[in-house]
Design a protein around this ligand. Structure first.
Ligand code: UD1
Ligand code: UDP
Length: 372
């Protein structure tokens, strides 16, 4: 069976690495040939190659070199180049991950050629159509044959849109491939990462200093000067009392420069994006995480680090409902209040995992193999 896997953005390299590993461990007789296609959506060394070097993921078979651009142009270029690859390779299945423009282009390219699409991380919804990711998710789910959901909630979201198991589709709650990944790489990160020492966050007796970790990259936050300023003001105030470490996404760096907001970052320790193993160590040892990232919200939950989400809504509702994640939006005072309340009341203990048993990737591969 031939599978074409389409990836292009940082979180997709991490997710695809889990499934690649599962294929290697389950498919002993080499029945599956996986062809890896990189759209080129992310291309800086620290957004791209570092993940291929660090994770178990081979060099892509095709690199489409699409790069950055407006949504229409970027997605259209991907679609054109993906179609050419799919026509040449003629796979049995195309796998796409998450909700980026690479996801949508991959799903559309495959569906138009009548190749079954497997969407990993299906069924997520913010119900906010202002987000480009929401458009990508909805369209990809509707184009897909295999819908691999990370949670029960995601299955229910699909049901509301009439996407039901058995009606010409296969819908399964398999768990989250990012959870598989964190379980696998946590100990490896402990051994290999030197980030805490490099940033002077560990002391000589190897205990860790106190710090907060921040990531921001959502277009609705970065591409609006008022919203970006409001968030940075809060972080800068917090930075007067706490060490705030902020591995900065290139989009956010660009917009801080464009809007001349550098002065709002004087108390924040801005660093380049970090590798996955370094990120896991930074997350694990942080006192608090403030983020608008989807993946980082979940990692905070799995690592039992309290999280404040700098958005009005989240797709990962379980993290909020279980009391481990506070939705603070982008208002300066509200963010500062959320940090105070997180410190004051702490976070509730939770009993349920919600995201599967760490074997999502293996379940996906088994399903794909059994049905072909
Ligand atoms: C994309 C996804 C988002 C995902 C994120 C993961 C879409 C619509 N958005 O957002 O869902 O959460 O990836 O990180 O697909 N840039 C660089 N170097 C790079 C990559 C980007 O400088 O290697 C800069 C460029 O100025 C570019 C901007 O970042 O225009 C945005 O990049 P893009 O890939 O369009 O979206 P992300 O914000 O990365
Ligand atoms: N990540 C990383 N280095 C960083 C920031 C994030 O390795 O500097 C990892 C993070 O641990 C998570 C994934 O990237 O596994 C999340 O990606 P991102 O926040 O870019 O996108 P999203 O999840 O919001 O789509």
């Amino acid at each position: 069976m031939k599978i074409v896997t389409i990836i292009g953005a940082r979180p997709q390299f991490i997710k695809a690495s889990s499934v690649y590993r599962a294929i290697k461990s389950i498919d002993r007789k080499n029945r599956i040939k996986e062809v890896l296609v990189h759209t080129g959506q992310h291309y800086d060394y620290l957004m791209d190659q570092v993940f291929f070097e660090e994770l178990e993921l081979p060099r892509p078979d095709y690199h489409l070199g699409v790069g950055s651009g407006s949504h229409g142009k970027q997605t259209a270029l991907m679609l054109e180049r993906i179609e050419a690859v799919l026509e040449k390779e003629r796979p049995d299945i195309v796998i796409v991950y998450g909700d980026t423009n690479s996801t949508l282009a991959g799903a559309l390219g495959a569906a138009k050629l009548k190749i079954p699409v497997a969407h990993i991380e299906a069924g997520l919804r913010s119900y906010n159509r202002e987000m480009p990711e929401e458009i990508n998710r909805v369209l990809t789910d509707h184009l897909s044959y295999y819908l691999f959901c990370p949670t029960e909630h995601a299955v229910r979201n699909l049901e509301k849109e009439g996407i039901i198991d058995g009606k010409g589709r296969l819908v399964r709650d398999v768990g989250d491939v990012m959870y598989d990944s964190i379980l696998y790489y946590s100990q490896i990160a402990e051994r290999k990462s030197k980030i805490l020492r490099d940033l002077n966050l560990s002391t000589s007796d190897s205990s860790h200093s106190d710090y907060y970790l921040v990531t921001i990259h959502r277009a609705e936050n970065t591409d609006n000067p008022k919203r970006l300023k409001s968030i940075l003001k809060a972080l800068n105030k917090i930075g007067k009392e706490e060490v705030v470490i902020f591995p900065i996404h290139p989009r956010t760096k660009k917009m801080i420069n464009n809007y001349r907001l550098a002065k709002e970052t004087s108390n924040i320790k801005l660093i380049e994006p970090v590798s996955y193993l370094n990120m896991l160590m930074l997350e694990k040892n942080a006192n608090l995480i403030l983020t608008d990232s989807g993946g980082v919200q979940k990692e905070a939950f799995w690592l039992r680090v309290p999280c404040i989400t700098l958005r009005e809504e989240t797709e990962w509702v379980e993290t909020v409902q279980s009391g481990w994640n506070i939705l603070a939006g982008i208002d300066t005072d509200r963010i500062i209040e959320a940090v105070k309340s997180a410190k004051r009341v702490g976070f509730s203990k939770r009993k349920k995992s919600f995201f599967g048993d760490g074997k999502a990737s293996q379940k996906i591969v088994s399903i794909l193999m059994n049905l072909n």
